[in-house]
Structures are given as C-alpha cells and as structure tokens.
Design a protein around this ligand. Structure first.
Ligand code: HSE
Length: 438
C-alpha cells in the first residue's frame, strides 16, 4: 500500500539535532511539496532531556532511551547525530537490524567502520546516507554519487575543516600566531572544547578518506593517511607565503595514481590567484576533476547547525521518496556497486612528488647558502626561488627556498643531512606547495 507518512527518529539532540528539528518545523510545507508525503519526526533520544534547546516538541517525543528509537516498529528512518564511534555504531547496527534506513553526519564512524555498516545495511536491504559527514551543507557526496557518476575522477581535493580554515584565515589577516587565534575560535564556538581532531587534521582525514573511497571505488585505510594538522604553522611562514603570492590552507588531497591512490592532509601553500585560496573563514570547498565534466568547485558552509541540518534533511527526504516509490536502495552507498570496490594501496608518502617551501634558520656566516644548496643538489632537488631578508637577530638568519618538483624521500633525506650541519639553529620548516590542482 502506498505510504502517506514517513516516520523519522533522531539519535542525539545537540546542535545539529536542534537544526534538524527546526527544518522539520519551519519547512514542513516544502518537505511535503517536494516529497509528496508527510514526513514526521516522531521520536528523539538523548541522555539530556531537560536542557532547553529553543524548540518546542510535542509531549512524548523526547526520550532518554535510544532503543525506543531504533526498535520502534513505526519508524522508517533513523538519523544518527551522536557522533564518535561508541555507542553510535551499536545504535546504527541495531537500527539496521530492525530494518531502519540510516542518515548520519558521523564522518569518523563512516571512515573507520563504514564497511561494517554497509555490509549490515546490504544484508537488511536498507540505505545509509551521510551527506552531512563531509563539507556540512555542501552537496558533494551526492554530486559524486549521482550527478557526476558518469565520470572517472582523477583528483578530489579541498578545504574540509571550518575550524582550521577560520584559524588560518585569522592568522593571515591579522599576522597572529596560532595559540591566541585557537582560543578565539573556541570562544566563538567554532572549535570544540577539545579541538584535537580539528587542528591535528584528523577530521579532515576522515572526510578525504570518504571522498577518495567514493571517487575512486576503493577502500581507504584511514590509519594509513598521512595527516599533519595546523599546529606548527607560524605567523612567520604565513608572512613569507604572502610575500611570495601564496596562501596557506589545510588541504586534503586525493589522487588516482597508476595502481595506487595518493591521499594526504597537510598545510599547503596555494597560489593566491586560485579560487581555493579565496575560501576563507569557516567556509569549505571541494574541487573534483572528472574526465568528462572537467574541474568542478563546490563551495559553502562546511559546518554549523543550519547548513548541516540542511544536508541531513536532504538525505532524509531522498530516502523518503525512495520508500514511497517502493525502491529501497537505488544508489550504492559508497557510489560503486559493492562487488566492484577494490582495495588499492595508498602511495607511500616518501613517493609523492611536490614542490616545497623550506625555511632554514641558520648562522649568518660565509658559505651557509652554498652548503645547503649543495646538499639539496646532491638529492636531486632544484631551487626555484629564494628569499633571505636582512636579519637583526644576533646571529641567526632565515633562508627561505622554494623548490621545483621533488620527491618527498629526497627532501626528507636532504633535510636530515642539512639538519646535521652546525650552522643550522632550529628545525627546518617544510610546507608543501600545490600549483597543479589536477
Ligand atoms: N569540526 C568540523 C569543522 C565541523 O570545523 O569543520 C564538522 O565536520
């Protein structure tokens, strides 16, 4: 019988959960007009059932027992917004066992336990959607899975963490150091009380793991992704980057190589004329390169209650439409049919090719530059440009070199050798440069 009502349950009544309630309440009419069905949020579970979230719920909707959502026979779709691995995984698996479709914003869970969730969903013939897990409100996952699915992708890269982008933008605009800007981001509520996942690049790595899997039809071992956050970026390096016409962004980069996939997350210098370099503040952007469509840049709010709730509700409505049409799962959860997903190795970081910004802190003595450039040359590293500003420090001076493309292993070996020289005063600062976006 044709369904006239879809019932939705929600796990986690935090910021995004509150946003979801607001969409249900404010946009009930447009949801009905666009799905042709009544969609109702019938139950919400959270341990905290007393805090006022500024939204009014009918009696009996808010409960403190997740089982009351995941086992409710009347609920068709469960939204998981608890975050983290446990107990979110257990609740999702139980909901799937009970025949519920899943919508989640949980990138950490999907990046690390995605296979288990997908296997359970395929056994139960239910859908799992996670648009809100990457890029907040930016519809990048559906772009890859639906609109651009005729393309082979060569590259997907982007700025995927609003907190880091806010911090780097402020540091650039104000010449500030990392620590005070992080404190400000926390005060403004952009950074979590424990911002480790954001600033150490882990959140970005979760997101690029998902995007690389979706684009290249491969399982990505998240633990193997080279991940470097922004905690070591200094105002000094941002200033040199600016002088040379670059911005420093925390970039996630994934490329399909020959039999291996390159996936990495690190602070990156991008020419300031590139559109990506203009993505500032808490905004995110993702750039996809498809063989027929060419480059596509998606830009928008990467986090926040309303933008993320928008992505969650898009998934809920899409599943609602499928349920009404009697079609259960139309699009493979990870974009490729499960039997077509292959395990490609990750290219070791030592094998990547990049340009490099190197800032040496050396004694101001005769022959210093010659010693450094000789070692670089011996490791096949060619210098493209150089800055050595006059220094007023007693005896140390910065030397900034921009290299041509070089292999990471050669850079590592050369820097190790240079680090042994007694003229080197501090550890050398390295930032990878991207000129070719693919
Ligand atoms: N903490 C993330 C960010 C938002 O700062 O972008 C959720 O993915």
């Amino acid at each position: 019988m044709q369904k006239t009502q879809i019932n939705v349950g929600l796990l986690g009544f935090g910021t995004i959960g509150t946003g979801v309630v607001r969409v249900f309440q404010q946009n009930a009419e447009v949801i009905r007009q666009r799905t042709g069905v009544e969609m109702r949020l019938t139950r919400i579970a959270d341990l905290d059932i007393t805090t006022d979230r500024g939204v009014t719920l009918p009696d009996g909707v808010l409960v403190d027992d997740a089982d009351a959502v995941v086992t409710d026979p009347d609920i068709d779709i469960v939204i998981e917004l608890i975050g983290g691995y446990k107990p979110a995984l257990q609740f999702i698996l139980k909901a799937i066992e009970n025949g519920k479709h899943i919508v989640t914003a949980n990138k950490a869970l999907m990046a690390v336990h995605g296979q288990e969730i997908i296997a359970a969903a395929s056994r139960a013939r239910v859908d799992v959607k996670f648009e809100a897990a990457v890029g907040g409100g930016i519809p990048v996952i559906s772009a890859i899975k639906e609109n651009l699915c005729a393309n082979r992708f060569s590259t997907v890269l982007g700025i995927l963490n609003g907190t880091c982008n806010f911090i780097l933008t402020k540091m650039t605009d104000e010449g500030s150091d990392f620590a005070p800007v992080l404190a400000e981001a926390q005060e403004l509520g952009y950074a979590e009380a424990d911002p480790t996942f954001d600033i150490e690049g882990v959140d970005t790595a979760h997101k690029i793991a998902l995007l690389a899997s979706l684009c290249f039809g491969t399982r990505i071992d998240f633990e193997q992704i080279y991940t470097e956050g922004i905690t070591k970026v200094t105002a000094v390096d941002i200033d040199f980057a600016t002088q040379m016409g670059y911005k420093i962004k925390l970039l996630a980069i994934a490329r399909q190589g020959d039999g291996a996939v390159e996936v990495r997350v690190h602070p990156t210098m991008i020419p300031e004329s590139y559109q990506l370099a203009e993505v500032d503040g808490v905004f995110n952007a993702v750039r996809l390169s498809g063989d027929f469509v060419g480059p596509v840049l998606l830009y928008g709010s990467g986090a926040g209650m309303d933008a993320t709730a928008s992505a969650v509700m898009g998934d809920v409505m899409s599943i609602g439409r499928s349920i009404c049409a009697g079609a259960v799962v139309q699009t493979p959860i990870m974009g490729y049919c499960q039997d077509q997903v292959v395990d490609q190795p990750l290219l070791p970081m030592s094998e990547i090719i990049s340009r490099y910004y190197l800032r040496f802190t050396t004694l101001d003595q005769t022959g210093v530059l010659a010693k450094i450039s000789t070692i670089l040359g011996q490791h096949n590293i060619s210098i493209q440009s150089m800055i050595q500003p006059e220094s007023h420090a007693a005896d140390s001076v910065p030397i900034v070199l921009m290299t041509h493309e070089a292999k990471e292993a050669d850079i590592t070996n050369a820097l190790h050798e240079i680090g042994q020289l007694d003229i080197i005063q501090e550890p050398t600062c390295l930032i990878r440069i991207v000129n070719d976006l693919g």
